[in-house]
Write a protein that binds this ligand. Sequence first.
Ligand SMILES: Cc1cc2nc3c(=O)[nH]c(=O)nc-3n(C[C@H](O)[C@H](O)[C@H](O)COP(=O)(O)OP(=O)(O)OC[C@H]3O[C@@H](n4cnc5c(N)ncnc54)[C@H](O)[C@@H]3O)c2cc1C
Length: 572
Amino acid sequence: MILLNPKRYAPEHLDEASAELMQKTIAFFEAKGKVRLKKDDRERVWYADFLDFVAREKIFAKLLTPAAYGGGDPTVRWDTWRNCEFSEITAFYALHYWYTWQVTILGLGPIWMGTNEAAKKKAAEALKAGGIFAFGLSERAHGADLYSTEMRLQPNRDGTWTANGSKYYIGNANEAAMVSTFAKTTDTGAFVFIAADPRQKGYELVQNVVNVQSYVAEYRLHDYRVTDADILSMGDDAWDSSLNTVNVGKFNLGWASIGISTHAFYEALHHAENRVLYGKHVTEFPHVRQLLVDAYCRLVAMKAFSRRASDYMRTASAEDRRYLLFNPMVKMKVTTQGEQVIDLLWDVIAAKGFEKDTYFEIATRDIRALPKLEGTVHVNMALVVKFMRNYFFNPGKFPEIPSVMEPRNDDFLFRQGPTKGLGKIQFHDFRIAYGKVALPTVSVFKQQIGVLEEFLVASASDPDTAAKQGKDIDFLLSLGEVFTLVAYGQLLLEYRELHPEDLPDDLLEQIFDFMVRDFSKFALQLYSKPSSTPRQMELCQRMIMKPPTDAARFERVWAEVHALSDAYEMSP
Ligand SMILES: Cc1cc2nc3c(=O)[nH]c(=O)nc-3n(C[C@H](O)[C@H](O)[C@H](O)COP(=O)(O)OP(=O)(O)OC[C@H]3O[C@@H](n4cnc5c(N)ncnc54)[C@H](O)[C@@H]3O)c2cc1C
């Protein structure tokens, strides 16, 4: 089974040393137990026990130091495959533990991407000593608008600099070894990344802006002295490393969503199976079965898609930037699917989901964060829409990408280069993956795609409307939802070709059952947009289709779900 089950964790897909790190992490949380985990959450206890464990086992040092700075130790490397696994495991237990790891990844981004060798060595040493890191990009007033950054770096006559300004929403900025801080110079207005030190004079930790275990800081720099040794990058390089760091980091949001949803799934299913109403198990209600099968299928699809997207991350190069489509999809599509999984499960677990001793209670809170962090769903959808034209109408030729699980350092992630030219990126033809599968529900989905293509051609043939709709983000966001479904299905089919055992026919068809329904839903939304034309509305109506009914298949998938009723319960 593709889903994580800590009680039967068998990481055959990892090398021995990495498997041991994951097993130790699971053992740490199971030994901590659910009672303590929930108490710490409720009482907002800083996770020093987890950070001590991470330091003792050198986990961040091994997972987050690029091989070139690992002193020849083969267990030290930046390996996206195993980092996904660690993200999933930590969020499976609670998002806070994942968050301190996540913002460490972000904080390290501008350091590893910069040109300051001394800073890189310092970071590697700090990681070895158990240090955590922080990424100071956001400011209170500016949100996604990085151009308006107000943190200032003023040059001094003696060659040093003075920083002034404040940052807001910055995780780990209370204890980080280095706080990568994005600023603008006062003389040329160039963007710059500096590494600030919370222990140095002029660094004021103002407050924790959230009410949870994590420390999400507001900090201020007051006449904070900066030397060349603290400058990580300047000008276009600094700008690119801010966006390229987010490219690396936002991928993990999907994995956190998978971890949370998986734990919540086991808990909700177990509860429903053991609750008897009117003399029947709750799992005997047909609508509960439908909710659980839908939740399971969405969850399996989240993981299969994200694994396939990881292959594109790991094989990316300056010539193959397809990851720039699939990566934001892991961020916004997978995390919003996670929200849907929790919504479906909440209708099953009902009141129990509010109880203080359940994992579910924190899942309902934390699952909401992931679509909103590191660029909202809208920002990522606006990005994805830029790829639509080439995706549908101008495919390129690429060698086939295999499944990339082997232990190796992902060098390209730290030299992604300029962030421009998105509209020119090409993709291989999505029809290749769809052309290989002729199952009934997948075939209906392919018909929907056919009508979408007609829609896009018809829209382009009316230049005035196309120009207006091209500026209407509300319209584009709905169109983006339909487009995203096509690419989601494509990678699911590619994953299945590489790992047929994870997505057998029944499960794949049941997944495409919700995909067809989602396509119809988004087509209706597009139909209802104020600017849709009569021709577009007609085509939207034609996109609305019903998945073929197959009761026997549904029962078989239900049996697979039902068999998981007692699969996992966290140690008390
Ligand atoms: C718990 C938590 C932890 C965080 N940790 C960090 C951290 O460690 N480091 C850090 O730097 N930041 C961090 N952040 C900040 C986070 O990344 C931003 O909050 C997030 O990107 C969203 O920004 P915002 O809420 O300010 O939304 P805004 O940018 O204010 O957006 C407002 C609205 O405008 C829309 N919008 C904005 N721009 C566009 C666009 N171009 N296209 C379409 N729609 C758009 C948005 O979708 C949204 O609906 C954290 C935030 C939280 C809540």
